[in-house]
Design a protein around this ligand. Structure first.
Ligand code: HEC
Ligand code: HEC
Length: 495
């Protein structure tokens, strides 16, 4: 039975105003004290090898390259959606932090396909669903995708393994021979196969993912009416430009090349230059004293009086690329596990008991822009996310599952989330996993300081429309099939 849940896009998610530095002229005593904080931050990050530069040593693609430009056009076209009503950008818009600002995404059959973010709704109740989101997990950001070395997706089902990359096509632990050369490229083959995200429920229904991809290739090679062609079609010229080739459509417009171009575009979304880096590079005024105190809490262990965040959010990319049970609210329809509305996370791949409810540690670069947070988007404020880490049981006891409509579902969601906490407790008492989430006692002020620190990890490009617009097609750019998402918000304003 398909579960019925109408999840309203969580209210109250708004980007908090930027930090302002203390305007008062510091006294001599304050300066000495400040040096004290600086010294302590310096000691913490030195011992952990933090440099502020997550991109070190890597050659990353530029958005101005021909291939990335082609990838951008593919990322923005509904022509890759089965029913021509959803594109990659539907859930990963550069102006929405590389996500969609919703707890759980709405992909196909939206009331207004080009309306993104809060206010996006499914067409009114069909036979299968009630208008709520059908996608069971929060859309992670595509920003800094190139910096992931090991795993993509909340459960890591696209994964670097010895000799290649494993994907849902090859299965856990097996090399997918057509995955391509990087994780972004490997991942880009899959959203088109998901009925809820892009494929729809009728297009190539019952056919294999291979047949589906072939049908999409054919569509992009063909001009004409109907679902198997495009009314207007300039893709051949675009692929020729993107790949610097004069080959024919059958050679150029193939799924491996579609994925390669989309991957290039995503990998060009490098937003890793932030105020904390500026601070590490020597500008001691680049971040506030509160942020410095937050950094010390973040990097120090509990024994040292810190919150041990860096044990999992490790290094300059702020992730160990590993899986941990943190037991964030399990809301929405779930992945069909357990009771049906549950999501077992990494366990779905490994079958290991300790992986049940384990999800990938997210990067914290630009985290201020990538909410709502958690694998199911259960939290709409960073303070709440942190409070959850400090004491999951008390956070869940106080969590308002009634933000979601449908009371039957609420009981399921509560029970599923409690099972995740119970698994955390079992793992804690077994004492076999390290690092493991510890309960930590912090004051509200200290939580604010952690939030102040997290907000220093935002790339300034994201606060500058003229900078971020390089990753959005301009109105003067060609629209190869007339199916580009011209994104608007709920007030009808262009994103
Ligand atoms: C309906 C919304 C939706 C659409 C459309 C969509 N995605 Fe996603 N995307 C998601 C969700 C949800 C996840 C997480 C799924 C999971 O972990 O199980 C995700 C995960 C990803 C990831 C992994 C990021 C990470 O950090 O692990 C990448 C990359 C990505 N999507 C790219 C794309 C591309 C490329 C397209 C188009 C071909 C696309 N998405 C279309 C919702 C969407
Ligand atoms: C035991 C490992 C671990 C520790 C320690 C840890 N985290 Fe996390 N953190 C995670 C995992 C795993 C998730 C994702 C949970 C999910 O998706 O449901 C997460 C999610 C987050 C998120 C939400 C990010 C997003 O994109 O959804 C933030 C913010 C965060 N952590 C900050 C912190 C802070 C601050 C601390 C220290 C107080 C901390 N974490 C300690 C593992 C950890």
């Amino acid at each position: 039975m398909l579960l019925v849940v109408s999840l309203i896009p969580m209210p109250g998610f708004a980007v908090a105003p930027g930090l302002t530095l203390d305007p008062e002229k510091p006294t001599k005593a304050a300066i000495t004290k400040n040096n004290g904080w600086d010294n302590r931050v310096a000691a913490s990050i030195a011992s952990l090898g933090i440099t502020g530069d997550a991109t070190m040593g890597q050659t990353l693609p530029s958005i101005t390259s021909a291939k990335a430009q082609l990838g951008m056009k593919l990322f923005f076209t509904k022509g890759l959606g089965g029913d021509k009503d959803a594109a990659c950008v539907t859930c990963h818009h550069p102006k929405l932090g590389g996500g969609d600002n919703l707890s759980l995404p709405i992909g196909v059959t939206a009331e207004i396909p080009d309306l993104l973010g809060p206010g996006r709704r499914h067409l009114s109740a069909g036979a299968d669903f009630d208008g709520g989101p059908t996608v069971p997990r929060n859309a992670p950001t595509t920003f800094n995708l190139a910096l992931w070395e090991k795993v993509l997706f909340h459960d890591g089902r696209v994964e670097t393994i010895s000799g290649g990359i494993s994907t849902p096509d090859s299965g856990h632990g097996n090399i997918d021979p057509v995955a391509g050369s990087n994780l972004a490229e490997a991942q880009a083959r899959f959203p088109v196969t998901s009925p809820e995200e892009m494929r729809g429920f009728a297009y190539e229904a019952g056919n294999s993912t291979a047949a589906l991809r072939t049908a999409l290739e054919t569509r992009l090679q063909t001009t004409g009416a109907g679902i198997d062609a495009l009314n207007s079609n300039d893709w051949l010229a675009e692929f020729r430009a993107g790949f610097g080739s004069t080959a024919d459509a059958a050679t150029l417009i193939t799924f491996p090349k579609i994925a390669e171009a989309i991957g290039e575009y995503e990998n060009s979304q490098v937003f890793a230059s932030h105020r904390f880096k500026e601070y590490i590079d020597g500008n001691k005024a680049a971040i506030s004293t509160d942020a410095k105190k937050g950094a010390i809490l973040f990097f120090n262990s509990v024994a040292e009086g810190g919150a041990n965040c860096a044990s999992c959010h490790r290094g300059d990319f702020y992730t160990d690329e590993a899986f941990h049970v943190v037991a964030m609210p399990q809301i929405g329809r779930g992945k069909g596990d357990g009771t049906g509305s549950d999501d077992f996370g990494r366990f779905r791949l490994t079958g290991q008991a300790e992986d049940k409810y384990a999800f990938r540690t997210p990067t914290l670069l630009n985290v201020e822009k990538t909410g709502p947070w958690g694998h199911a988007g259960g939290y709409t404020s960073l303070n709440a996310v942190i409070n959850h880490h400090l004491n999951p049981q008390s956070a869940i006891d106080n969590y308002d599952f009634n933000q979601l409509e449908n009371s039957v579902q609420v009981d399921d969601m509560k029970a599923n989330t409690q099972r995740a906490i119970d698994t955390l407790e079992v793992n804690r008492s077994a004492g076999l996993i390290s690092p493991i989430l510890e309960n930590v006692s912090l004051t509200g002020k200290q939580v604010d300081q952690l939030v102040a620190f997290l907000k220093t990890l935002t790339d300034q490009c994201l606060n500058d429309d003229s900078c971020i617009s390089a990753w959005i097609p301009a109105s003067s750019d060609t629209d190869p099939d007339g199916l580009r998402v011209n994104a608007v918000n709920e007030n009808g304003l262009a994103l």
